[in-house]
Design a protein around this ligand. Structure first.
Ligand code: SF4
Ligand code: SF4
Length: 239
Protein backbone atom coordinates (compact mmCIF):
# COMPACT_ATOMS: atom_id res chain seq x y z
CA UNK A 1 0.00 0.00 0.00
CA UNK A 2 1.20 3.53 -0.66
CA UNK A 3 -0.37 6.93 -0.29
CA UNK A 4 -1.77 7.03 -3.80
CA UNK A 5 -3.15 3.49 -3.45
CA UNK A 6 -4.84 4.50 -0.19
CA UNK A 7 -6.87 7.00 -2.16
CA UNK A 8 -5.92 10.15 -0.28
CA UNK A 9 -3.03 12.52 -0.82
CA UNK A 10 -1.41 14.05 2.27
CA UNK A 11 -2.58 17.57 3.00
CA UNK A 12 -1.90 18.66 6.56
CA UNK A 13 -0.71 17.27 9.88
CA UNK A 14 -4.34 17.44 11.03
CA UNK A 15 -5.17 14.70 8.50
CA UNK A 16 -2.31 12.45 9.57
CA UNK A 17 -4.00 10.21 12.15
CA UNK A 18 -7.15 9.67 10.09
CA UNK A 19 -4.98 8.91 7.09
CA UNK A 20 -3.19 6.11 8.94
CA UNK A 21 -6.54 4.75 10.14
CA UNK A 22 -7.75 4.76 6.51
CA UNK A 23 -4.60 2.83 5.60
CA UNK A 24 -5.42 0.04 8.06
CA UNK A 25 -4.26 1.16 11.49
CA UNK A 26 -6.56 0.14 14.36
CA UNK A 27 -5.32 2.85 16.72
CA UNK A 28 -3.06 5.89 16.37
CA UNK A 29 -1.83 8.17 19.15
CA UNK A 30 0.76 10.91 19.53
CA UNK A 31 3.17 11.01 22.47
CA UNK A 32 4.90 14.12 23.79
CA UNK A 33 8.47 12.92 24.42
CA UNK A 34 9.98 16.20 25.59
CA UNK A 35 10.11 15.13 29.25
CA UNK A 36 12.39 12.20 28.36
CA UNK A 37 16.20 12.43 28.05
CA UNK A 38 17.19 13.54 24.54
CA UNK A 39 19.30 10.41 23.90
CA UNK A 40 16.34 8.11 24.61
CA UNK A 41 14.13 9.93 22.11
CA UNK A 42 16.96 10.66 19.64
CA UNK A 43 16.18 14.37 20.01
CA UNK A 44 12.71 13.94 18.53
CA UNK A 45 9.91 15.78 20.43
CA UNK A 46 7.05 13.54 19.27
CA UNK A 47 6.37 9.86 18.65
CA UNK A 48 3.43 8.35 16.82
CA UNK A 49 2.18 5.06 18.24
CA UNK A 50 0.54 2.98 15.51
CA UNK A 51 -1.37 -0.18 16.39
CA UNK A 52 -2.92 -2.99 14.39
CA UNK A 53 -5.17 -5.77 15.72
CA UNK A 54 -4.44 -9.46 15.32
CA UNK A 55 -7.24 -11.26 13.46
CA UNK A 56 -9.74 -12.83 15.91
CA UNK A 57 -9.92 -16.40 14.58
CA UNK A 58 -6.28 -17.33 15.33
CA UNK A 59 -6.70 -15.83 18.80
CA UNK A 60 -9.64 -18.15 19.47
CA UNK A 61 -7.56 -21.05 18.14
CA UNK A 62 -4.73 -20.10 20.53
CA UNK A 63 -7.17 -19.95 23.41
CA UNK A 64 -8.39 -23.46 22.72
CA UNK A 65 -4.97 -25.02 22.04
CA UNK A 66 -2.98 -22.97 24.61
CA UNK A 67 -0.21 -22.56 22.03
CA UNK A 68 0.26 -21.35 18.47
CA UNK A 69 2.87 -21.49 15.68
CA UNK A 70 5.93 -19.42 16.53
CA UNK A 71 5.65 -17.34 13.37
CA UNK A 72 2.00 -16.39 13.94
CA UNK A 73 2.67 -12.67 14.12
CA UNK A 74 4.87 -12.39 11.04
CA UNK A 75 2.04 -11.07 8.81
CA UNK A 76 0.99 -8.36 11.26
CA UNK A 77 4.60 -7.31 11.80
CA UNK A 78 4.98 -6.93 8.03
CA UNK A 79 1.76 -4.88 7.87
CA UNK A 80 2.98 -2.67 10.71
CA UNK A 81 6.27 -2.08 8.92
CA UNK A 82 4.32 -1.00 5.86
CA UNK A 83 2.19 1.39 7.94
CA UNK A 84 5.35 2.88 9.44
CA UNK A 85 6.74 3.36 5.93
CA UNK A 86 3.53 5.14 4.91
CA UNK A 87 3.78 7.40 7.98
CA UNK A 88 7.38 8.31 7.10
CA UNK A 89 6.34 9.05 3.51
CA UNK A 90 3.47 11.27 4.67
CA UNK A 91 5.61 13.27 7.08
CA UNK A 92 8.46 13.64 4.60
CA UNK A 93 6.01 15.01 2.01
CA UNK A 94 5.18 17.76 4.52
CA UNK A 95 8.87 18.53 5.09
CA UNK A 96 9.29 16.79 8.46
CA UNK A 97 12.01 14.46 9.70
CA UNK A 98 10.89 11.08 10.99
CA UNK A 99 12.29 7.62 11.65
CA UNK A 100 11.01 4.28 12.88
CA UNK A 101 11.90 3.45 16.48
CA UNK A 102 14.36 0.57 16.65
CA UNK A 103 16.47 -0.61 19.61
CA UNK A 104 19.56 1.54 20.20
CA UNK A 105 22.59 -0.38 21.59
CA UNK A 106 24.15 1.27 24.63
CA UNK A 107 21.17 3.41 25.64
CA UNK A 108 18.11 2.65 27.76
CA UNK A 109 15.77 1.80 24.91
CA UNK A 110 12.51 3.65 24.42
CA UNK A 111 9.96 0.92 23.75
CA UNK A 112 6.82 0.74 21.63
CA UNK A 113 4.87 -0.07 24.81
CA UNK A 114 6.22 3.00 26.61
CA UNK A 115 5.27 5.22 23.68
CA UNK A 116 1.79 3.65 23.49
CA UNK A 117 1.19 4.58 27.13
CA UNK A 118 2.41 8.14 26.57
CA UNK A 119 0.25 8.37 23.43
CA UNK A 120 -2.93 7.25 25.23
CA UNK A 121 -3.18 4.11 23.11
CA UNK A 122 -2.91 1.44 25.83
CA UNK A 123 -2.20 0.67 29.45
CA UNK A 124 0.08 -2.14 30.61
CA UNK A 125 -1.94 -5.16 31.72
CA UNK A 126 -1.14 -7.59 34.52
CA UNK A 127 0.24 -9.76 31.70
CA UNK A 128 2.92 -7.05 31.11
CA UNK A 129 1.51 -6.52 27.61
CA UNK A 130 -0.23 -3.38 26.28
CA UNK A 131 -4.03 -3.53 26.51
CA UNK A 132 -6.32 -1.31 24.47
CA UNK A 133 -9.95 -0.60 25.28
CA UNK A 134 -11.22 -1.74 21.86
CA UNK A 135 -8.75 -4.49 20.90
CA UNK A 136 -7.66 -5.81 24.26
CA UNK A 137 -4.25 -7.42 24.32
CA UNK A 138 -4.51 -8.28 20.62
CA UNK A 139 -3.03 -4.95 19.59
CA UNK A 140 0.46 -4.88 18.07
CA UNK A 141 2.49 -1.68 17.89
CA UNK A 142 5.10 0.22 15.99
CA UNK A 143 6.46 3.72 16.61
CA UNK A 144 7.51 6.61 14.37
CA UNK A 145 9.66 9.36 15.91
CA UNK A 146 9.22 12.80 14.34
CA UNK A 147 9.92 16.52 14.64
CA UNK A 148 6.43 17.30 13.29
CA UNK A 149 4.43 19.49 15.66
CA UNK A 150 1.62 16.97 16.10
CA UNK A 151 -0.85 17.62 18.93
CA UNK A 152 -0.05 15.12 21.71
CA UNK A 153 -2.67 12.84 23.20
CA UNK A 154 -3.24 12.37 26.94
CA UNK A 155 -1.02 9.65 28.47
CA UNK A 156 -2.53 6.70 30.30
CA UNK A 157 -1.66 6.89 34.00
CA UNK A 158 -3.32 3.83 35.50
CA UNK A 159 -4.40 0.29 34.67
CA UNK A 160 -7.92 -0.59 33.57
CA UNK A 161 -7.49 -4.24 34.58
CA UNK A 162 -9.36 -3.69 37.85
CA UNK A 163 -9.85 -6.88 39.88
CA UNK A 164 -9.52 -9.14 36.83
CA UNK A 165 -7.15 -12.08 37.34
CA UNK A 166 -7.89 -14.01 34.15
CA UNK A 167 -4.34 -13.84 32.71
CA UNK A 168 -2.81 -14.41 36.14
CA UNK A 169 -4.79 -17.62 36.58
CA UNK A 170 -4.29 -18.79 32.99
CA UNK A 171 -0.48 -18.44 32.90
CA UNK A 172 1.13 -21.84 33.37
CA UNK A 173 4.44 -20.11 34.21
CA UNK A 174 2.87 -17.98 36.97
CA UNK A 175 4.51 -14.89 35.48
CA UNK A 176 1.88 -12.26 36.37
CA UNK A 177 1.76 -11.47 40.09
CA UNK A 178 -1.80 -10.18 39.84
CA UNK A 179 -0.75 -6.68 40.87
CA UNK A 180 -1.75 -3.60 38.89
CA UNK A 181 0.56 -1.44 36.76
CA UNK A 182 0.65 2.32 36.93
CA UNK A 183 2.63 4.70 34.74
CA UNK A 184 6.28 4.83 35.76
CA UNK A 185 6.27 1.40 37.42
CA UNK A 186 8.83 -1.15 36.22
CA UNK A 187 7.48 -4.39 34.71
CA UNK A 188 9.67 -6.40 37.10
CA UNK A 189 7.69 -5.00 40.04
CA UNK A 190 4.54 -6.91 39.07
CA UNK A 191 5.58 -9.49 36.46
CA UNK A 192 8.15 -12.34 36.39
CA UNK A 193 9.70 -11.85 32.96
CA UNK A 194 12.19 -14.72 33.42
CA UNK A 195 9.36 -17.20 34.05
CA UNK A 196 7.53 -16.04 30.94
CA UNK A 197 10.72 -16.17 28.85
CA UNK A 198 11.48 -19.72 30.05
CA UNK A 199 8.01 -20.92 29.07
CA UNK A 200 8.22 -19.26 25.66
CA UNK A 201 11.71 -20.60 25.01
CA UNK A 202 10.56 -24.15 25.71
CA UNK A 203 7.73 -23.71 23.21
CA UNK A 204 10.02 -21.99 20.70
CA UNK A 205 12.21 -25.12 20.62
CA UNK A 206 9.11 -26.90 19.29
CA UNK A 207 8.30 -24.15 16.78
CA UNK A 208 5.51 -22.84 19.00
CA UNK A 209 4.65 -19.73 21.05
CA UNK A 210 2.51 -18.97 24.09
CA UNK A 211 0.60 -15.66 24.57
CA UNK A 212 -2.30 -17.48 26.20
CA UNK A 213 -2.62 -14.39 28.40
CA UNK A 214 -3.49 -12.34 25.33
CA UNK A 215 -6.09 -14.84 24.13
CA UNK A 216 -8.02 -15.04 27.41
CA UNK A 217 -8.03 -11.33 28.32
CA UNK A 218 -11.66 -10.18 28.65
CA UNK A 219 -10.88 -7.06 26.64
CA UNK A 220 -9.59 -9.31 23.84
CA UNK A 221 -12.76 -11.37 24.18
CA UNK A 222 -14.93 -8.28 23.70
CA UNK A 223 -12.91 -7.45 20.58
CA UNK A 224 -13.47 -10.97 19.22
CA UNK A 225 -17.20 -10.79 19.97
CA UNK A 226 -17.47 -7.42 18.23
CA UNK A 227 -15.71 -9.01 15.25
CA UNK A 228 -18.46 -11.63 14.99
CA UNK A 229 -16.46 -14.57 16.34
CA UNK A 230 -18.47 -17.14 18.31
CA UNK A 231 -16.54 -17.08 21.60
CA UNK A 232 -17.46 -19.64 24.31
CA UNK A 233 -19.11 -17.93 27.29
CA UNK A 234 -16.41 -18.61 29.87
CA UNK A 235 -15.00 -15.18 30.59
CA UNK A 236 -15.13 -12.66 33.33
CA UNK A 237 -15.61 -8.97 32.74
CA UNK A 238 -13.07 -6.61 34.30
CA UNK A 239 -14.50 -4.49 37.13
S1 SF4 B 1 3.06 -15.40 27.25
FE1 SF4 B 1 2.50 -17.33 28.28
S2 SF4 B 1 4.08 -17.59 29.88
FE2 SF4 B 1 4.13 -15.43 29.25
S3 SF4 B 1 2.74 -14.36 30.67
FE3 SF4 B 1 1.53 -14.92 28.86
S4 SF4 B 1 0.58 -16.89 29.43
FE4 SF4 B 1 2.31 -16.55 30.83
S1 SF4 C 1 -6.67 -10.65 31.50
FE1 SF4 C 1 -7.49 -9.16 32.98
S2 SF4 C 1 -5.73 -8.66 34.29
FE2 SF4 C 1 -4.90 -9.64 32.44
S3 SF4 C 1 -4.39 -7.95 31.07
FE3 SF4 C 1 -6.49 -8.59 30.55
S4 SF4 C 1 -7.86 -7.26 31.80
FE4 SF4 C 1 -5.77 -7.12 32.65
Amino acid sequence: MDMAAAGTQPRTLADFKNYLLDCGAAVVGVADLTALPAERRRDFPRAVSIGMALPPDPILHLRRRRQRPADSERPIQAALAELARIALQYLAALGHHAEVLTPTPGTPALTHDEVAVLAGVAWIGKSSRPVNWDFGSAVRLTTVLTDADLAPDKPVDTSFCGTCLVCTQACIAHAPSGNLWHRGEAIRDFFNQAACDERRQKLAALGLDCRVCMSVCPYTTVYMLHSGVDVPNEDETPT
